[in-house]
Ligand binder design. Structure first.
Ligand code: AMP
Length: 518
């Protein structure tokens, strides 16, 4: 059996799959027949680290030291608006790390989100090893198509921290398309609509037998099941406030209990018209009388409260189809991925938009791990005719900050990967010895508003007058959408040394570069 597995590192749950000797991909069972490991990490009062179900079980009692949704924060800058917004969602304490990264404070102990993700990856690997009865040291890990370079790198680093070689990071929708197409000689254009716990992704993929070509991709990293849960939580809290004049949001344990039940209620409401929402002794009155939450929530109420979320997914779908240059009716199939696509209003909106019922060929929770394992196997396979080729794109433009603070695009959104661009720079002053540039990824005109990928510094530039020394910088985008750079003197071909440092986007100072040509 293979020692390489496919891992779907989810916001809420993660799961793994492996290609068996029989040629069938199998999901790796966790406990009691479940296939998913909750993507939750906690440190209890005694300092024990807990991952998965153990962490989930004590969540309500230990909300400040239980980390969920780590995937939403991995590879993000502390000062970014994403992280600022996440403070509203999460009950744990986030602080800024020295690399401007996000740390979670567990009392005196602080852990980086990459470390926390590594604990989750390690747990999945342990489960896989237990099942396979042999060591597992390599994996293909999936990420949302919308992840930028920095987030992809962080996932690879998370693997490295626990000696798990993440041989490839592939996009979740691509993995789902592989699960759909494998072994069936499919020649179709498909849309993969993926609404998971925290993120929404939509991709248009052309499948030509074993070639999966992404035509366009887009999404929203702030749109997922959590937002549906929050709509229910807000509704419950508001009703309670109206009835008893008490704001339950000020009580972390009450909020946690409501959150747990809100999610379960939402799942129940996928298959029934109304659900009971009861939490006994949720709080007390000023004179010590216990109070309960006791209400009925109709599905139609949740549909009304969350309609805008579904509309937003359809709006984004429209943009992505436009980027791909196709109409909804041009698609042969629509694949639904992610737990949230079980919600009937999601299925209905998708059916209406595309004018067809979604495919029944993929399992919304399993397709991504299965696709990852299939791809992992194809990387190792000796049979060349079994190889799967992925032609992917980057989700957002990558560029450098110019002298006006604008983003000068090197690669456009939806540029295919792997890719390479050579850009000619000239020195801006006499005897300039270094070339510094800040690289950002995003769609905003002002460079700083985008995600800073890093500051590259090329040193050892030949001495000369301003404008005289010409440096070719090669921007290399790997198949995984990860950027590396190199530079050489156009005239002498001398290579310059590079160093990359991830700096805060708050950093100032004009980059001393002139883009001469692209
Ligand atoms: P994923 O990230 O794909 O694991 O999706 C997890 C999200 O799907 C969570 O927000 C779950 O609450 C949600 N989910 C799972 N099952 C259902 C269901 N039956 N109905 C509605 N949402 C669900």
């Amino acid at each position: 059996m293979m020692d390489i597995i496919g891992i779907d590192l989810g916001t809420t749950n993660s799961c793994a799959a492996v290609m068996e000797d029989s040629g069938k991909v199998k999901l790796i069972p966790y406990k009691g027949g479940e296939y998913t490991v909750p993507s939750i990490f906690a440190i209890d009062d005694k300092g024990n680290e807990l991952v998965g179900n153990e962490a989930k079980r004590q969540w309500a009692l230990n909300p400040k030291r239980t980390v969920y949704g780590a995937k939403r924060l991995i590879g993000r800058e502390y000062s970014s608006h994403f992280v600022t917004k996440m403070h509203e969602y999460f009950t744990y304490d986030m602080v800024e790390g020295t690399e401007h990264n996000v740390l979670v404070a567990f009392g005196d102990r602080k852990l980086d989100l990459t470390e926390i993700s590594s604990k989750i990856l390690n747990k999945i690997r342990d489960v896989a090893q237990d099942y396979l009865q042999h060591p597992v040291s390599r994996a293909v890990v999936t990420v949302p198509a919308y992840f930028d370079d920095r987030q992809r790198q962080a996932v690879k680093q998370a693997g490295a921290l626990v000696d798990l070689d993440v041989v490839r990071v592939i996009n979740e929708p691509t993995a789902a398309a592989i699960a759909y197409g494998v072994g069936r000689n499919v020649n179709q254009k498909v849309a993969v609509y993926d609404l998971g716990g925290g993120t929404f992704d939509i991709s248009v993929i052309e499948i030509r037998n074993r070639v999966y070509e992404v035509k366009a991709t887009g999404g929203d990293v702030f749109l997922g099941g959590i937002d549906f849960d929050n709509a229910i939580i807000d509704h419950v809290v508001e009703e309670f406030q109206n009835k008893h004049g008490i704001d339950l949001k000020e009580d972390a344990i009450a909020t946690q209990r409501i959150k747990d039940l809100a999610e379960r209620t939402k799942c129940d409401l996928s298959s029934r018209a109304e659900a009971q929402f009861n939490i006994p002794f949720v709080t007390m009155t000023a004179d010590g009388q216990p109070l309960d939450i006791d209400m009925v929530i109709p599905r139609s109420t949740v549909e009304q409260l969350t309609m805008h979320l579904i509309e937003r997914t359809i709006e984004i779908t429209g943009f992505v189809l436009k980027d791909a240059g196709i109409k909804p009716s041009d698609l042969d199939e629509v694949l639904l991925v992610g737990g949230m696509t079980r919600w009937p209003a999601v299925q209905k909106a998708v059916s209406v938009y595309f004018g067809r019922a979604p495919s029944k060929h993929v399992h919304p929770d399993e397709a991504v791990a299965i696709g990852a394992a299939t791809f992992a196997w194809s990387l190792e396979s000796d049979a060349v005719d079994q190889r799967i080729t992925l032609l992917d794109v980057i989700p957002m433009a990558i560029g450098i900050e110019d002298a006006d603070g604008k983003l000068h695009h090197i690669f456009e959104r939806n540029a295919p990967v792997p890719n390479q661009k050579k850009v000619l720079f000239t020195t801006s002053y006499d005897d300039q010895a270094e070339l510094a540039m800040r690289i950002y990824q995003g769609e905003q005109e002002q460079a700083k508003v985008n995600t800073l990928l890093g500051e590259f510094l090329f040193s050892g530039i030949r001495q000369g007058q301003s404008g005289e020394v010409r440096v070719d910088v090669v921007f290399d985008l790997s198949q995984e959408g990860i950027l590396t750079m190199s530079a050489e003197d156009r005239d002498t071909h001398a290579q310059m040394t590079t160093s990359v440092k991830v700096v805060s986007s708050e950093s100032n100072g004009e980059p001393p570069i002139t883009v001469a040509d692209t």
